[in-house]
Write a protein that binds this ligand. Structure first.
Ligand code: ZN
Length: 678
């Protein structure tokens, strides 16, 4: 899963264009109590997502989701232990004190008399969010704000004992500083708190072991994906994650739930997927894992789909071992229809674009992306979560059998909804009319722009003979993203979209144009530290487009105006703006088709990299005053089996009322199977 995380607070109605995978659909307002915003502490905000369409699924599909959801929650402890071998002990100790002080979770400590009590609750909430004692994004260990003395006293009162060694890790800033270290010239394993390697093993030893065991066959096994390397009597040994091996107690439960899920599989292909995953969990055999991945890629007709297991390797400093994660989802038929419609019209889009006919493809194949609705998040997808999934990771399987790429619309939708009213639009959008249009059509425009970008933009155009993508070297990805973005922007304003029923009226696109320009020229700068250049390809692409258009707006199609010491984007001529997008698209297609490195470099260096320091400072100050949390995560809904008198399941209900603290206390009570030390 190449993770598309929402890393910053730039997720607001006015900054939607920073998302690459934002999808929306209609919301069923059948639950008045539903709130998107759940909790906020430190730099974190907890949101809630709706599982739109769950009620309309068949009873079989609902039960399938129920058991897959159980399997998704049962591995929770694994991630804590992978993140750091002290995590489970610390979480359990803090929870024990918390339960003691709150009469088993009956009350909260948010406004407790003793400030130390309040700080305990904040610390625990932070541990849950990060699945351990290190910040989920910065990787830095965070320290409790309550004192060690106070905590030791509280432990004694709760009748709970914790080793000095563990207390030291909790309170001493010098110990286990980074979950994953990345600097040059250090031993990455010794410097990382992650538990992918046992004590005393060096980076050189681990690398040598991997090199010696690498599978170089045409269909290679991913050696090390599901194991911890340890040193026993000077020898390196592999402790494999499987039933009977490392993390057995949790994996046994996962297997139990998968076996129940198997009874409700929708298709034979899906049955094969679940069977292979059970076998893999039981044996830890990596050939079986490959077979599972292939079966998963081939299963295209089931509505329900899921990920469950050791998947992404970002958290291992050597990039070998997978972190446990889970997500259950089902296809969103309505939104997927939208991407199919765009894909079917890819040829028309190609023929009518502003690019030179000699750079057009004679025959364009559109891509139809699948849009999904997340039903449960677990492991490394929870509480912070990706908004897109692209698996499997093994390149040979991708090449031979393909891959699945999906965007998760209900999570993106929750980000949008939660951002409404946070003050961002009021601060940065120029006037009420533009704000209202953004509120009404912003999400829709962003969805369509993403669809046009993914389903038609990237696939459009052709390279001249002898030219390859490598011609543009380090500027290749910025130019390619700009090309797809411009393709999307150009067509967002086209009457064809209204004709296809994708936009409600001919002016709706203006919301998308305003967002894109404001984001590219101004608001995306909130993600850049003062004095720094723009590095990331998507950010460069957005500034390239907005800045180029701004500099070429000879008839003042767009302006930046000043009002009461603040700067705002003003669009005077939307048609003119579209012409400018078309002009730049034509040039960028030429640069791509000809492999014109000099022109690509000139475009990127002139428009995409440098930041106006005065404007940047102003944007940062205005943004800071809004007091928005840069990192977001979710609580899950609660699924319950409804049974009749004979014990037969008649329905599965979904409930959205569980709070953040409640949910984690319940998970720690009902889904915690591993011992303290693994
Ligand atoms: Zn792209």
């Amino acid at each position: 899963m190449k993770k598309t995380f929402l890393l910053t607070a730039a997720v607001t109605i006015a900054a939607l264009a920073v998302l690459t995978n934002c999808k929306k659909q209609t919301t069923e307002n059948n639950n008045d109590k539903f709130t998107y915003n759940v909790d906020k502490f430190y730099d974190l905000e907890v949101l809630r997502y709706r599982v739109e369409g769950f009620e309309q699924l068949s009873l079989q599909q609902k039960q399938l989701i129920y058991y897959l959801s159980e399997a998704a929650l049962q591995g929770r402890d694994i991630l804590y232990d992978q993140n750091c071998r002290y995590n489970l002990r610390i979480r359990r100790a803090v929870e024990a004190v918390y339960l003691h002080k709150t009469n088993n979770g009956e009350m909260t400590l948010a406004s407790a008399q003793d400030e130390q009590d309040q700080l305990l609750e904040k610390y625990l909430k932070r541990v849950w969010f990060s699945n351990g004692i290190h910040h989920h994004y910065s990787e830095d260990k965070f320290l409790p704000e309550f004192t060690r003395e106070w905590f030791e006293q509280a432990l004694a009162e709760a009748n709970y004992s914790l080793d000095k060694e563990v207390l030291d890790v909790m309170f001493d800033p010098a110990l286990m500083q980074k979950r994953m270290a990345q600097a040059d010239g250090i031993d990455l394993i010794a410097s990382s708190a992650g538990n992918y390697y046992g004590e005393g093993i060096t980076q050189a030893e681990a690398e040598a072991w991997y090199a010696a065991h690498k599978d170089n066959s045409p269909e290679p096994k991913w050696i090390g994906l599901n194991s911890q390397l340890v040193k026993v009597d000077g020898e390196i040994q592999e402790r494999v994650y499987h039933v009977g091996g490392l993390y057995s107690a949790a994996l046994e439960k996962v297997v139990e739930s998968l076996k129940k899920a198997l009874e409700f599989a929708e298709t034979d292909e899906q049955k094969a997927v679940i069977e292979k995953l059970i076998e893999y969990n039981e044996t830890g055999d990596l050939d079986t894992f490959n077979q599972y991945c292939i079966a998963w890629v081939k299963d295209l007709n089931s509505r329900v789909d899921f990920v469950n297991g050791f998947t992404e390797t970002y958290a291992d400093p050597l990039g070998i071992t997978g972190t446990w994660e889970a997500m259950v989802n089902f296809k969103n038929i309505e939104s997927t229809h939208r991407t199919e419609l765009i894909s079917q019209n890819a040829q028309w889009f190609e023929e009518h674009s502003t690019t030179d006919p000699k750079y057009k493809k004679e025959e364009v194949k559109g891509v139809s992306a699948k849009v999904i609705t997340a039903a449960i998040l677990g492991g490394d997808c929870y509480p912070a979560t990706p908004i897109g999934i692209n698996l499997p990771n093994a390149n040979w399987i991708r090449k031979e059998y393909g891959s699945k790429s999906v965007s998760i619309d209900n999570l993106s939708h929750a980000y949008d909804e939660a951002a409404k009213g946070n003050g961002f639009a009021e601060e940065f959008i120029i006037d009420e009319e533009t704000r209202q249009r953004a509120e009404q059509y912003g999400t829709l425009c962003n969805d369509l722009h993403t669809d046009l970008h993914e389903c038609a933009g990237h696939g459009s155009g052709k390279l001249m003979p002898g030219v390859t993508k490598e011609n543009l070297k380090e500027h290749g990805s910025t130019i390619e993203e700009a090309r797809a973005d411009l393709f999307g922007l150009y067509y967002l304003a086209d009457p064809k979209l209204v004709e296809l029923g994708l936009l409600p009226d001919k002016d709706a696109y203006k919301a998308g144009y305003y967002q894109q320009m404001m984001n590219g020229l101004m608001t995306q700068l909130v993600r850049i530290e003062p004095g720094k250049d723009i590095e990331e390809a998507h950010m460069r692409d957005r500034q390239l487009i907005a800045n180029w258009v701004y500099q070429h707006a000879e008839n003042k199609e767009v302006e930046i105006i000043e009002r009461d010491g603040k700067h705002y984007l003003q669009i005077n001529d939307y048609d003119g703006l579209r012409r400018l997008f078309g002009e730049l698209l034509r040039e960028i297609q030429r640069v791509t088709s000809e492999g014109d490195y000099a022109a690509a470099k000139e475009l990127v260096e002139t428009y995409a990299v440098k930041v106006n320091p005065t404007l940047h400072q102003e944007i940062l100050e205005r943004y800071k005053k809004l007091n928005l949390a840069p990192y977001k995560g979710f609580v899950n809904p609660v699924y319950t089996l409804v049974k009749d008198k004979e014990g037969r399941v008649t329905d599965v209900t979904i409930d959205y009322t569980e709070g953040y603290i409640e949910q984690h206390l319940r998970y720690s009570r009902d889904y915690s199977f591993l011992p303290d030390i693994n």
